[in-house]
Ligand binder design. Structure first.
Ligand code: AMP
Length: 256
């Protein structure tokens, strides 16, 4: 199965991706995680990405597309994957379409987690406060102001993907504001529908025999048909009507 999880930051994409990984044996391809790893590795691209991520901006499309394309080719992704945080722009979605086509793959579904931005902001502020109280390490972009910017970026650049995937008939929208188990079962149901809707491979049927070119037989005349029928019966075979007349029962009746 190959899926895309779509939704603003804090909508629960990560939680659902992890659950689907455990349930279906897929790999989670989180572009955010990949970019953070590149930042830690200190590569030139990673350091640039780190700065942009800290500001709540999107990393350039070509950088992300190259990372995803390389990752999809790894053997562990052969059984299927969940794209978490990618695509985030329409050009990224086009690039994904192209890259899947080249690799002979298709998407089974794009799951959109629909959430209310106001509630989301409150939810994330609460989560940050709780993490700080537990003295847990925060992400650089775990900051209310950065989050506000990320939500604006989502609305401007990522939300148009809803219409994009609707047109491709792969979009499944799920209410992301309900309790996690309810979101999970709504996603499972959406996935069942998506898999059932997918056209199955056509059964191979023997091809109808075509007449050879130039050897098209003309339609038989009634006379010719009658001749063939007579020949088929053989000289000694009586016609059905004749057969009825000479049945033993009739002969007996006649004799009487
Ligand atoms: P995430 O972990 O998905 O919330 O992503 C964290 C940050 O990584 C985002 O705010 C962006 O700066 C960057 N990022 C992740 N995925 C993408 C992407 N597909 N395109 C551009 N930037 C991305």
């Amino acid at each position: 199965m190959r899926l895309v999880l779509l939704g603003p930051p804090g909508a629960g994409k990560g939680t659902q991706a992890q659950r689907l990984v455990a349930k279906h044996g897929l790999v989670q391809l989180s572009t955010g995680e990949m970019l953070r790893a590149a930042g830690e590795a200190g590569t030139a691209v990673g350091l640039l990405a780190k700065e942009m991520m800290a500001r709540g901006e999107l990393v350039p499309d070509d950088v992300v597309v190259a990372i995803v394309s390389e990752r999809i080719d790894k053997p562990d992704a052969r059984n299927g994957f969940i794209l978490d945080g990618f695509p985030r722009t329409v050009p990224q979605a086009h690039a994904l379409d192209r890259m899947l086509k080249e690799k002979g793959l298709t998407l089974d579904a794009v799951i959109e987690l629909k959430v209310d931005e106001g509630v989301l902001l409150k939810r994330i502020k609460k989560r940050i406060a709780e993490m700080m109280a537990r003295r847990e390490a925060l992400r650089e972009d775990d900051d209310p102001e950065v989050l506000r910017r990320r939500l604006v970026t989502y609305r401007d650049q990522t939300a148009p993907l809803v219409a994009y995937y609707q047109l491709q008939s792969v979009l499944r929208s799920v209410d992301g504001m309900v309790a996690i188990p309810e979101v999970s079962s709504a996603i499972d149901q959406a996935l069942r529908q998506a898999v059932n809707k997918k056209p199955r491979a056509k059964m191979s049927r023997p091809a109808a025999r075509k007449p050879k070119t130039g050897a098209v037989k003309p339609a038989k005349s009634m006379k010719a048909k009658a001749k063939t029928a007579k020949r088929g019966r053989g000289a000694g075979t009586p016609r059905p009507s004749a057969r009825r007349k000479s049945s033993p029962r009739r002969r007996l009746t006649k004799r009487r």
